[in-house]
Write a protein that binds this ligand. Structure first.
Ligand SMILES: [Fe+2]
Ligand SMILES: [Fe+2]
Length: 279
């Protein structure tokens, strides 16, 4: 009999920062051979960095489940891999498959350890500018307000939606495709929904710059934790680690964040959060 294991989650490893890279290289380890690790996006910006981190983690954890963040989908000058948008996403999926890491394009794995069985569903949904600031009637008006306030996510310059005409068009396509995949899951099992962006808007209400919510999700997923019988939701992106409850479902923000952020809270980054069994 092995140990029962835990379903753990972390996000926003941002390993381009030396302190964060060292945390992954030296510290981020399972407690038992049966532990799974969910990695909810923003591993890094270059394909080589993402591959390095997921490879290290895959060798330590029984199973690794990845959902892309916005940073993985950037095409930065520093990356010799020049692919953009959908092509870049597919390239990352191919890298993960080679490493044995689960992606949103693979059959959803089932966690059968303590607190299971549950279907662990990594999602790639992006955002559609529907988390609008007060007074904006359309996404165009909302973006104008944000640009005027000087709050503009770097995605606008580095996250290319090719071949889609816009990031929100890509989001609509991802939501539709994902709904079809979720409809095929085992209806007997609850889910753990994993997305880089929050599925509900509420956690974005505490952002220091409220306009930034435009780049944080979509209203289209507001009821997914109920609709898909979620035992838990896992997300990151906000760099505001905490748990909020919506309709009785815990939504875990599991980010590490930038060194300047986690160093305010302690000498080492926060470890992976336990999703199941529940605390
Ligand atoms: Fe991040
Ligand atoms: Fe992010």
């Amino acid at each position: 009999m092995g140990e029962p294991g835990r379903l753990l989650a972390i996000s926003d490893l941002h390993v381009a920062y030396e302190e964060n890279r060292r945390y992954v290289a030296e510290t981020l380890r399972p407690e038992s051979d049966a532990d799974w690790l969910i990695v909810a996006g923003d591993v890094s910006e270059t394909v080589a960095d993402v591959e390095w981190a997921l490879d290290v983690l895959r060798q330590r954890f029984a199973t690794v489940v990845w959902a892309p963040g916005n940073h993985e989908l950037w095409t930065p000058e520093s990356d010799p891999v020049r692919s953009r948008g959908e092509e870049r996403y597919r390239h990352l999926v191919a890298v993960c498959r080679r490493l044995g890491v689960h992606t949103p394009e693979d059959p959803y794995p089932v966690w059968r350890g303590a607190g299971g069985p549950v279907t662990v569903a990594p999602l790639f949904l992006l955002y559609d500018y529907s988390f609008r600031p007060a007074g904006a009637r359309t996404s165009a008006e909302a973006l104008e307000i944000a640009y005027d306030a000087g709050v503009v996510c770097t995605d606008e310059f580095l996250l290319h939606p090719d071949p889609f005409p816009s990031r929100d068009a890509w989001c609509r396509q991802r939501v539709a495709e994902t709904e079809a995949l979720l409809a095929e899951r085992d209806p007997e099992l609850p889910t753990v929904l994993v997305n880089h962006f929050p599925l509900v808007r509420e956690p974005t209400r505490v952002l220091r710059y409220p306009e930034f919510a435009l780049w944080c999700g979509t209203d289209r997923t507001a009821d997914w934790h109920v609709r898909y019988d979620a035992a838990a939701v896992v997300y990151g992106h906000l760099h505001i680690p905490r748990v909020t409850w919506h309709d009785g479902v815990p939504h875990h923000e599991v980010s590490v964040g930038y060194p300047r952020e986690w160093q305010r809270r302690g000498a080492t980054p926060p470890g992976p959060r336990r999703i199941l069994p529940r605390e």
